[in-house]
Design a protein around this ligand. Structure first.
Ligand code: F6R
Length: 609
């Protein structure tokens, strides 16, 4: 999705903007640009394509100390030089960089004089032209313009007549202020700021901020001042680095023994054989009152939620369902007082998840968040939550974020279970299982050579199936998701029992079938499904937790290849089996020469509907 970086201070601005844009690259983009004020003139330079195509057009030494930059992910209009941001008004006084969508763009265009010439097909350009019609300070002008916008915006504006000032505004698309020493930054994402500062202010919807080298002032839409306090984020520049690896994704897969340790840190209560989750804002009494749970998320977060639903139902015997956030919000859901709603999001900015959260809260429901990004919009709007503490996830495809979601659900399931009928003995064995998780992931990572071999053997397949039953099904969904999004191999996940109700027609000797075999009471049944596939001549690749001799022999007999993960226990099996599929997708994508970290058409943090 689009990204914004802005700077005003004493340093030469161009290198800061270009570096900021590089940090935003991971979000996905198709064009980029910058605007700076130099010797009383506004200069805008932009280019379709990747940042190196912009860099060749820019003189790094332009004398300027104030500017804005943008990476664009096309919505209105193709990815061309003209449609790239920033956009200027016809007199080249203002430059604007906009994330979001303006729904009433036609009406706004009609309100302008007939002779205003638009140079792009974007909705955003109208903002620059509207600014020329306003009076007062730059902040006044921006307020007057955004008050006319129906839609979403994260906006940064500079004005050639106010050469050290930047004004930013937010409605539905994140904007962070970064506080430096005699300098101020703004960005849509912490990744663009972390090199310079970890002192940040998150703007809320309806807020406008005026930035100068001396500081910032945040105002509301009625021009009253909002007293915003800076927070210190725990992120480090090193987190945004590939750590010597060829891809962020690979680093993030390998980081998981550490990231799960961080997720678990301080949360295992051995004395009472339960989990300690300080941010829930719940009394023990409230836990008993929960009659149902609804989990909401998108993509891999939804699949983690489906796995989490099984964990909670098993340990706490509370009915749980997981639903796609966008589907939920649009079906006018019935919100119940004794239902706990949980939104799950790595970025904390996914638009549909945020909208679902707001729908529940508007109707009086209580919402918990499982969120990675500290201070993100979802994290700030929930009633309570569990931070994932997985560190920044840079690669577009989620790996360590997804895994930490599963760990958070394990902790919540343990807590809810222990508030009901789960015995202290079972609680202790779960704690031990969670304590061993990091080491067990490490063991799975040692299987990489054989997983890579399988990836290379099947990477030319045009289609693949992933099947599993109950606990195994969400793992199959996520396995298929990882493979399709980064390798572009068509992959479908089905409950194993559903194969014969249709999809079996597509199973041929050319469609590898990955079978998820957690060591649970349905293992024998899933092994029978392997027979079904085998009979159609399709290669079966088994990913199994069991180490039972008899079962293993059967599995080996039926499968072309078997990946055997540690038999670690019911709760952590989804994590271990999931890591296998992450490595499978990674090596398939590398083998096919794909852009692993920025797969086509996809963006990190989907902040539009
Ligand atoms: C898949 C992936 C996406 C995200 C989804 C939700 O690898 O990354 O499916 O899981 O867009 O994102 P968050 O968790 O940020 O809400």
């Amino acid at each position: 999705m689009c990204g914004i970086i802005a700077y005003t201070g004493n340093q030469t601005v161009v290198p800061i903007l270009l570096d900021g844009l590089k940090r935003l690259e991971y979000r996905g983009y198709d064009s980029a640009g910058i605007s700076v004020i130099s010797r009383k003139k506004l200069k805008t330079i932009k280019s379709a394509g990747k940042l190196n195509q912009l860099e060749v057009k820019i003189d790094n030494s332009i004398a300027s100390h104030c500017g804005i930059g943008h990476t664009r992910w096309a919505t209105h209009g193709a990815p061309t030089d003209e449609n790239a941001h920033p956009h200027n008004d016809s007199h080249h006084r203002f430059a604007i960089a906009h994330n979001g969508i303006i729904e009433n763009v036609d009406a706004l265009k009609n309100s302008l004089a007939n002779d205003v010439i638009f140079t792009s097909e974007t909705d955003s350009e109208v903002i620059a032209h509207l600014l020329t019609q306003q009076d007062g300070t730059l902040a006044d002008a921006v307020r007057a313009v955004v008050s006319q916008i129906v839609g979403t915006y994260g906006l940064a504006v500079i004005d050639q007549q106010n050469p050290n000032t930047i004004v930013v505004a937010r409605n539905g698309s994140p904007v962070l202020l970064g506080i430096g020493d005699g300098e101020m930054f703004a960005a849509s994402d912490m990744a663009a700021l972390i090199r310079h500062t970890n002192q940040v202010v998150h703007l809320d919807d309806g807020e406008i901020a005026e930035l100068s080298p001396d500081g910032f002032k945040v105002m509301r839409m009625d021009a009253s001042v909002a007293n915003k306090k800076a927070i210190t984020l725990n992120a480090q520049f090193a987190h945004y680095d590939r750590g010597g690896h060829p891809h962020y994704l690979y680093r993030e897969i390998l980081d998981q023994p550490d990231t799960v340790t961080q997720t678990l840190s301080g949360r295992l209560d051995e004395r009472f054989s339960t989990a300690h989750l300080g941010g829930l804002n719940f009394e023990a009494r409230d836990l008993i009152g929960i009659k149902r749970i609804t989990i909401l998320g998108c993509g891999s977060a939804l699949y983690a939620g489906m796995a989490g639903a099984h964990m909670i139902e098993t340990l706490a015997r509370i009915p749980v369902r997981a639903e796609a956030a966008a589907e939920f919000r649009y079906r006018n859901p019935v919100i119940e007082q004794d239902t706990l709603y949980i939104v799950v999001s790595q970025s904390g900015e996914t638009f549909d998840t945020l909208a679902a959260l707001r729908e529940v809260r508007r109707k009086g429901g209580f919402v918990l968040g499982i969120v990675n990004s500290v201070g993100s919009t979802i994290a700030r709007e929930v009633d309570g939550g569990i931070y994932m503490h997985a560190g920044p996830e840079v690669s577009v495809a989620s790996t360590k974020g997804y895994t930490s979601m599963l760990v958070c659900f394990s902790l919540l399931a343990l807590l809810l279970g222990r508030s009901r009928d789960l015995s202290p003995q079972r609680g202790t064995s779960i704690i031990n299982e969670l304590k061993a998780l990091s080491e067990n992931i490490q063991r799975v990572l040692t299987l990489e050579p054989s997983i890579k071999k399988i990836a290379n053997k099947y990477k030319k397949s045009s289609s693949a199936f992933f099947i599993g039953r109950t606990n195994g099904f969400p793992i199959a969904l996520e396995g298929a998701q990882k493979l399709k999004e980064i390798s572009y191999i068509h992959a479908e996940a089905y409950p194993a029992s559903e194969l014969k109700h249709g999809p079996l027609a597509l199973v041929t000797k050319d469609t590898p079938c990955f079978v998820v075999l957690p060591n649970d009471e349905l293992l024998q049944k899933t092994i029978s499904s392997m027979e079904e596939i085998n009979a159609r001549g399709a290669p079966v690749i088994a990913v199994a937790s069991t180490h039972n001799k008899e079962e293993s022999t059967r599995i080996h007999k039926l499968a072309k290849a078997v990946i055997q993960v540690p038999d670690a226990g019911a709760l952590t099996q989804p994590v271990l089996l999931g890591v296998v599929f992450q490595l499978l997708a990674y090596h398939s994508a590398v083998g096919l020469g794909r852009d692993v970290d920025q797969p086509r058409n996809l963006a990190k943090s989907v902040t539009v509907e």
